[in-house]
Design a protein. Sequence first.
Length: 190
Amino acid sequence: MDARTRGLRTFLDKGGLIAYPTRAVYGLGCAPENHRALRALLRLKSRPVDKGLIVVAASRDLLRRFHAPLSAAEEARLQARWPGAHTWLVPARRPLTTWLRGRRRGFGGDLRPRIALRQDDYGPLVRLCRRLDRALVSTSANRSGGKPLKTARACRLAFGPRVRVIEGRCQANARPSTVADLMTGRITRV
């Protein structure tokens, strides 16, 4: 690991926030296990805790610690859409902070708390996660209700020194990931 990557990892470990390119918009993120960072991110966005956040990674292994054990059929359903632009709501591993998972619950007969997870395949995001060897929180880089930002420059102007901006490009005309409940298949965002 080079010095620049070590510095970015240390920054995240200490509760730092980053803005980085995702497929459709710039993402705002942090280390998913850092409570101070989660609180700072929610405050910066003015985002209600109950909405929850998405956790993204370049590999399936980095996401396993966030969800409860899955059956072979559930794992197959999850893997059928990964890697890609598909976010699954998966039963959350306990204890997992509400700041990360929100107040999401399942539907029908399975009301266990859910965590939103995505194994992405967008090149710049995959390279960032691999470089850091970690999962990241991923929410649109904007204040809640505001227009999502699509450039590094826009992020620097909006957030100033509170957020470290990673250079890169989003795809033209890309849409945010689909979000669906793994247990029921119910789509909550197209």
